[in-house]
Design a protein around this ligand. Sequence first.
Ligand code: ADP
Ligand code: MG
Length: 701
Amino acid sequence: MAISLSTDIMYLAGVGPKRAELLKAELSIHTFGDLLYYFPFRYVDRSRFYKISEISEDLPYIQVVGKIVRFQEVGVGRKKRLTAIFTDGTGTLELVWFKGLKWVVKSIKPNVTYVVFGKPNLFGGKFNIAHPEVEDYKSDQENLGSALQPVYNTTEKLKSSFVTSKTILKLQQVLNGAISDIVQETLPPYLIERVKLMTLREALCNIHFPSSVSLLKKAEARLKFEELFYVQLNLLYQKNTRYLKVQGNVFSQVGEAFNRFYAEKLPFALTDAQKRVIKEIRRDMGSGKQMNRLLQGDVGSGKTLVALMSMLIAVDNGYQACIMAPTEILATQHYETISGMLHGLGINVGLLTGSTKRSERAPLHAQLEGGSMHLLIGTHALIEDVVQFHNLGLVVIDEQQRFGVAQRAKLWQKNDKPPHVLVMTATPIPRTLAMTIYGDLEVSVIDQMPPGRKPIKTIHYTDAKRNLVFGLMREQIKQGRQVYVVYPLINESEKMDYKDLMDGYESIARAFPPPQYVTVVVHGKMKPQEKDESMQLFASGKAHIMVATTVIEVGVNVPNATVMVIESAERFGLSQLHQLRGRVGRGADESYCVLMSGVKLTNESRKRMQTMVATNDGFEIAEVDMQIRGPGDIEGTQQSGLPFDFKIASLSKDGQILQFARQVASDIIDEDKALTNPKNQILFRQIEQMTQERISFGQIS
Ligand code: ADP
Ligand code: MG
């Protein structure tokens, strides 16, 4: 049988059908290639031996040399375990097995010198190692090709079937022998030379069997570069292809709608950042190419206005525009702000959400199709097939991280000619992530706040300080300000959360009794009308306190609110906390954000609280968030999913390699846009393959 990287893993010596099933199910290793690219997650220095007397709890994996003094079976039934007292003369250590006891008794003997390897735990004042690796002292020395021993991730199930990290290493050795000469280089030689990289073959060999730290580093560098490079090359290639292929509506002029709005309606001067971004958008929309632009700007930086003015340019050129928001509250608020600001300019603005009445829909649809409605504001309801435009020229997506890719794509398809697209996000994301997720978009950043904003004071209190919080609320309300109190609602259907919310509401109503104080509630389970009533009471200043769930997290704008109290703040993620905090500090007054939490916090939640107290900068917070949670989990990627699954590169740690890889990719595309130059043939083939893989993924979902 001819062997290739796509050969079924079952055929590797030492695997067989049963292990193959396990490897497939547990580690997604289906083929020789999958195993080859199953990299160690760390390496241990096996040249270092510890004395038992040196062991401390914070040590990671260690190895000690010594003998087992005696075995002992403890417990019965499912709780049965086997322990062994192990000594090296400097102290004793307990080895513990919960599974495979028979095998241990058969193969491991007292009074033989062994090398024992594992992670020490402190239990009942004594150190133990659970399920250690135990090897003959001599054979271990012989087997050791290198001092750096790779450690592979395995699962409980694999371990109980005796597929340990060590087993995987053995399989890697077999594989290496079998395929070393069929590994094809995946980067062109000129690039390998220019960037001074290891060849793929060398890199794959050194990643599994490093003979020195410096060779390991070089192998890692090559593999990380390659991964990040191809993602960037692919993004830039696709962007360029689209750019060449797709015609855009040409918005050649700025006319009455824009100019009259600017002269008569604009309530304040634009910030320089807003001006710059509007210029960028105008240039794109007039270029004849289709605009695909991401607008990043921190909470409160004034993105709505930029969106509105961009939409007015569409109107001035005879096109319709729409803005899609993730929640009904936000859509309604946009509608009110925008139709208010456009009053008297003869621009027809509509609102379409899930709760728009049937009877109102028909005329709305008719006006859209006929072209007499210029701007449409709404929620997901916009992407329904029945909603047809006369000539949709610009689509704005607010808080785009809340929409899936498919939902966004649907809006694109409403016209023969694709509309210009402006996606906005108020959850700043780290640069490396932006480059990877949105690498095929143009990016504008509003990096300046409207003048007169004071930074929000953030305080972290434990529940015992509730009186201080109530004091602050009273004082602010006395000065005519308003207060939000937010409860976590992880899962809309969780009864507990509602109980917390309603208990909280009652305790606040007791401390702030009517009629002197008016408190309203907003949560996701309320009928739209009730929600609306509460929102109105608060927005108009008639209610002093709003008790709410995170439905208010996104975009709600009541400038007179100056206090944001976040209950059980430890249950929120960083970007959510930052979003919530952004609901205050919207006027000229000093504002406060109070994070209430229990006393006991995990390290992660403590770090989140500290970060919130330390900075108001959304980009800084995004970086910390990515360091804590990893790029796959941070807001902005959860919904749409990280489009690439990195085997070795990390967006939080390899920022520099990423920057460099992007630059290299961009130079190549500049020089050879369609990658037709023979020297770039490998690049073209790799990209074709990546695209195919992604298409098949799209078809599945
Ligand atoms: P976000 O970027 O979070 O969507 P908004 O667009 O809701 O922010 O703007 C926040 C607030 O700032 C609004 O009340 C808006 O009217 C106000 N604002 C926007 N631009 C300016 C400006 N140039 N000067 C003063 N206030 C502004
Ligand atoms: Mg907004």
